[in-house]
Design a protein around this ligand. Structure first.
Ligand code: DOR
Length: 397
């Protein structure tokens, strides 16, 4: 199937221009003014719309195996496509925990068979997310890029130091859940900042590659800025909800912070301290939420919340948003993605930046509906998502 998208604004981290774009044989075949010669393709009028590299999410929970009543690989992948994502990285807090190659391969194979998105998978840093005994790094296949104890974190300095030394030896990155669980019950700000400080320092002295997940405090932004300047091998993400929401009482870890934190996160995105936006898509059933499960679904609203809070508000350019939602997270994974250029794999998202809409529960395709954005008016709608040149969401799909 060929697609000709006409008169569309092409935006990536390098800039924007109005053009036509032809998708053929899985790739961006041609970019240019007036490609009318190719009208044997499916023609899409892109007037007033923006075509960007599809988004990359370094932080999702697809709950498979073990909690598939909340989400599974297929429903999570469909939520991703609806949100404009074609590449996701899943966390290891499944049941059983993804702490070995058997579970890792099960997830990867299932996702490859589905062929909906490119799903990468974290292996836990410690067995059963215990925070005590390291998983068997020797057994990891070559495609294991990151490991993480997200959801819990690692309290022991000794275990984290060993993890850094081993990760460095095996050239694997660690995604850090920045929380000291002994401190978080009474000071969740300090609980995040103290782990950010410890692990930035450990990265600096061991050389281990560390990516900080869901950074939410101004203190952590300052620490990461400082350690990046010192040359530590660190990157980080924040989430759409930590940018958009302030002072609200929706249960999520880390918690929703204050206005001053939003401002620090935005400043961090502007100056490059914060590399990317990840959703921390954390589906939970209504019953589990009522019992206190932390987190929210985020894939389907991430572009609109980020666009509304960052671009429509005048804080960031659309090009910068593309950088932090596509180019930078792809770079962290070592993937060649995030630029609109001839020959690149046609993983693209068509958005309408002018459309405003109210988020409705009925529209959510994730199995779980735990979103604080339901009922809110957002700006910026994902219209179509292409992966490997195929229309995976939108249009007549
Ligand atoms: O709110 C959260 N939910 N934060 C996490 O770190 C884990 C996640 C989950 O798995 O539900």
């Amino acid at each position: 199937m060929k697609f000709l998208i006409k008169n569309v604004k092409l935006t990536d981290h390098r800039g924007s221009k109005i053009s036509d774009l032809l998708i053929e044989d899985e790739i961006i075949k041609k970019i240019g003014k007036d490609l009318s010669a190719y009208e044997d393709s499916m023609v899409i009028d892109g007037t007033g719309k923006v075509l960007m590299p599809s988004f990359v999410d370094l932080h999702v929970h697809f709950r498979d195996p073990g909690y598939t009543y909340k989400e599974d690989i297929e429903s999570g992948s469909r939520a991703a496509l609806k949100g404009g994502y074609t590449i996701c990285y899943a966390m290891a807090n499944t049941k059983p925990v993804c702490d070995n190659m058997e579970i890792y391969n099960y997830i990867r194979e299932k996702s490859k068979d589905l062929d909906l998105i490119d799903l990468y998978q974290n292996i836990a840093v410690t067995k059963n997310l215990s925070g005590k005994e390291l998983t068997d790094f020797e057994s990891f296949g070559d495609d294991v890029k990151f490991i993480s104890d997200d959801g819990r974190g690692i309290l022991s300095n000794h275990v984290m130091n060993q993890a850094c030394l081993e990760a460095k030896k095996h050239n694997i990155g660690i995604m850090v859940h920045g929380e000291d669980p002994e401190i978080s019950p009474y000071d969740y700000r300090l609980a995040e900042d103290i782990i950010t400080l410890r692990d930035s320092y450990l990265s600096k002295i061991t050389g281990a590659k560390i990516h900080f997940s869901h950074v939410s405090t101004r203190g952590s932004v300052e620490i990461i800025r400082d350690y990046k300047a010192q040359g530590a091998n660190i990157t980080c993400e924040t989430t759409p909800h930590h940018i958009y929401l302030a002072g609200e009482d929706f249960r999520v870890n880390p918690p929703i912070r204050e206005k001053a934190d939003n401002e620090a996160l935005i400043q961090g995105l502007k100056d490059g301290t914060i590399d990317c936006i990840s959703t921390d898509h954390a589906p939970h059933s209504k019953e589990d939420k009522e019992k206190g499960a932390p987190g929210m679904v985020g894939l389907e609203t991430a572009f609109a919340t980020s666009y509304t809070a960052l671009v429509d508000s005048g804080n960031l350019s659309l090009e910068k948003l593309s950088q932090v939602m596509a180019y930078n997270p792809a770079k962290i994974l070592g993937l060649d993605h995030g630029e609109i250029k001839e020959g690149a794999r046609a993983d693209l998202v068509l958005v309408d930046c002018e459309e405003e809409y109210i988020v409705s529960q009925a529209d959510i395709v994730s199995k779980s509906k735990n979103s604080p954005f339901i009922g809110r008016k957002l700006k910026g709608k994902v219209l179509m998502t292409f992966r490997k040149g195929r229309l995976m969401y939108g249009g007549k799909n």
